[in-house]
Design a protein around this ligand. Sequence first.
Ligand SMILES: [Zn+2]
Ligand SMILES: [Zn+2]
Length: 136
Amino acid sequence: MTYSLLITFILIGLFIYFTRMRKCHFHYFRKALNQCQICENLLCKKCNNSFDSLNFCPTHANLYKQKKWIPIQKAVATSDCSDDAVKLYELKDNLWRKESIPSFLTTVYEINEEKDLIESHITLYCTEGDIKYFKI
Ligand SMILES: [Zn+2]
Ligand SMILES: [Zn+2]
């Protein structure tokens, strides 16, 4: 009786762990460790492709290698103000979801000693052919 109860608890525990686990978009049973910076699909170790400390799914890894990427817009975010960074993210997200136009963001952290803040310098990259969509 106690033994079967224990088994039940273990199974419930495993079920909760599994349902809450961030899963790879391509492999339902694999844990996601990264996210594609273009389509934002979650990726397991096997599906993730890293270049220049960026992560891509297999499709977008090829796209990244084939195209010339242009830094098209920049924003600086701090803990006080991240409006510009949010706008940049929304632009990226909308163009991908509505028009399937690929782009990605990179973030570099810098310490502003004068203001005693950590700044995130965010850059939006698009392909040479898509520049027209990203100009505001
Ligand atoms: Zn992708
Ligand atoms: Zn996978």
